[in-house]
Write a protein that binds this ligand. Structure first.
Ligand code: PGA
Length: 250
């Protein structure tokens, strides 16, 4: 019922030519995959070339962030319209690295989500607790606040297209993956929060897991009923490794 999404977040990695080379390699490796939505999020400067290389393939391109205004005096910022213009279908919003290093908060996340939806982009809203928050028993509170405030004032039809990525901060780039059980517990909780807010639409929302996903651990994660895919950082930088995740078995 929910088509899985496997998304690769390249973060601040790859030049234009590296991005294009990767897409050519990947499309050969996954040309037979039809039952998974495959998404790659290059840095802004490589998006256009990556999207051109991905044309007529089953690979979609995503931005890693955007600004909510349409145009104007916002030095260094990229608008939703610009992101659409270069060929993006998705945009990652509220990644923990944006929250940590670039002062992103639930209010700016909400503005970005609204701006993305207005332009027909599919937002991938990232939420996740830090290790201190987990150890002090705050995980569910933190997640509920991030989901509720991040999606504040959206209509049910807008919610329909949104993807959520649960990424425990302590698992990102650390090699320390949440166990299937730990992830499923939070995914189930997120679906419950969505159901409380938006009713049955919650059953259609794809909830991805992120944090040290690799070909070796994706199968177990994907057996869980509320895990609908993955947001992959480090292991999305090599085409063979990423293809191994796209071709998960469960
Ligand atoms: P990681 O990153 O797979 O390298 O842990 C995940 C992410 O930040 O989305």
């Amino acid at each position: 019922m929910r088509k899985p999404v496997i998304a690769g977040n390249w973060k601040m990695n790859k030049t234009v030519s590296e991005a294009v080379g990767f897409i050519f390699d990947l499309k050969n490796l996954i040309s037979d995959v039809t039952d998974v939505e495959i998404v790659i999020a290059p840095p802004f400067l490589a998006i256009y070339s990556a999207a051109q290389a991905a044309k007529d393939t089953n690979i979609y391109v995503s931005a890693q962030d955007l600004f909510w205004e349409e145009k104007g005096a916002y030095t260094g910022a990229i608008s939703p319209g610009m992101v659409v213009d270069v060929g993006c279908k998705y945009v990652i919003v509220g990644h923990s690295e944006r929250r940590q290093y670039f002062a992103e908060n639930n209010e700016t996340v909400n503005k970005k989500i609204k701006a993305a939806l207005k332009h027909g982009l599919v937002p991938i809203l990232c939420v996740g607790e830090s290790i201190n928050q987990r150890e002090s028993g705050e995980t569910f509170n933190i997640i509920e606040t991030q989901v509720t405030e991040g999606l504040s004032c959206l209509s049910s039809s807008e919610i329909e297209s949104i993807v959520i990525a649960y990424e425990p901060v302590w698992a990102i780039g650390t090699g320390k993956t949440a166990t299937g059980e730990q992830a499923e517990e939070v995914h189930d909780f997120i679906r419950g929060v969505l159901r409380k807010l938006y009713g049955d639409i919650a059953d259609h929302t794809r909830i991805l897991y992120g944090g040290s996903v690799k070909p070796e651990n994706i199968d177990e994660l994907m057996t869980k009923p509320n895990i609908d895919g993955a947001l992959v950082g480090g292991a999305s930088l090599k085409a063979e490794e990423f293809a191994g995740i796209v071709k998960f078995r469960c």
